[in-house]
Design a protein around this ligand. Structure first.
Ligand code: THU
Length: 159
């Protein structure tokens, strides 16, 4: 028996340390949080994805009284981007979340289903998707969405 440690890489950064492209994408994600439909959780999440062709697609969480019918901001955004530009790889995704107290102090942490979708999108296009998780105190930057999902289910890709 052997205990193993799995490494993921996260860069903790503040807004001013980011480059202009990253800053602009985070601003777009924060802006997108305003379009969220979240009457049940009152937790408004915004996402913005930058595509290889320079397009930026924004999206937000959309809830429903039948709770499981709602969808997170990340998947709304990613699925919309992929359906509008199916041949263009996503390059970078920024996420920001607004609770009733304002934007979260700690970086927003995407749910497992969104992580799975991001990972598959990365594999589909064969290009890393950089991820920016916004917090007012610190921003987490990941070079690949793989870092969000260690030990991911990828079985079908290996068949
Ligand atoms: N939510 C997102 O949109 N993204 C996340 O990363 C976490 C959670 C949404 C789902 C639901 O509408 C609300 O936030 C509360 O969980």
């Amino acid at each position: 028996m052997q205990e193993k440690q799995l490494r993921i890489n996260v860069i903790a950064s503040n807004f001013d340390e980011l480059n202009e492209i990253e800053r602009q994408l985070l601003i777009k994600a924060k802006e997108a949080a305003q379009s969220s439909y979240a009457p049940y959780s009152k937790f408004h999440v915004g996402a913005a994805v930058l595509l290889e062709n320079g397009e930026v697609i924004q999206g937000s969480n959309q809830e429903n009284v039948a709770y499981p019918s709602g969808l997170c901001a990340e998947r709304v955004t990613m699925f919309y981007a992929n359906s509008k530009f199916p041949d263009v790889a996503p390059k970078m995704l920024a996420i920001a979340a607004l609770s009733q107290e304002g934007f979260l102090h700690n970086p927003i942490s995407p749910c497992g289903s969104c992580r799975q979708v991001l990972l598959e999108t990365e594999m589909r296009y064969g290009k890393n998707i950089e991820v920016l998780l916004f917090g007012t105190d610190v921003i987490y930057k990941l070079k690949s969405s793989k870092d969000l999902l260690p030990l991911a289910f990828e079985k079908l890709h290996n068949l």
